[in-house]
Write a new protein. Structure first.
Length: 79
């Protein structure tokens, strides 16, 4: 069930005419645009650099095998 604010938003929104609804939607999009653009996204170049670094680490033996990781996580559970 929606909380009180969600119910109020729907109730008020349904009373608006189409022009007012469009304005409200544009306002909400503006709020969310700022939130979305402030995420910690990386560029494709940064992503590829991270992949290259991970592959170099793996090639030099700096990794944990599946069996080793299972032993580690099982010890956390007390198994």
């Amino acid at each position: 069930m929606a909380n009180v604010i969600d119910q109020q938003m729907f109730q008020y929104f349904s009373l608006l005419n189409d022009s007012e609804k469009k304005s409200v939607v544009q306002m909400l999009q503006a709020f969310l645009k700022n939130r979305i653009s402030n995420t910690d996204r990386v560029t494709i170049e940064e992503y590829n650099t991270e992949i290259d670094e991970a592959l170099r680490e793996s090639d030099t033996g700096n990794f944990v095998s599946q069996d080793e990781m299972e032993k580690i996580t099982n010890s956390w559970k007390g198994l």
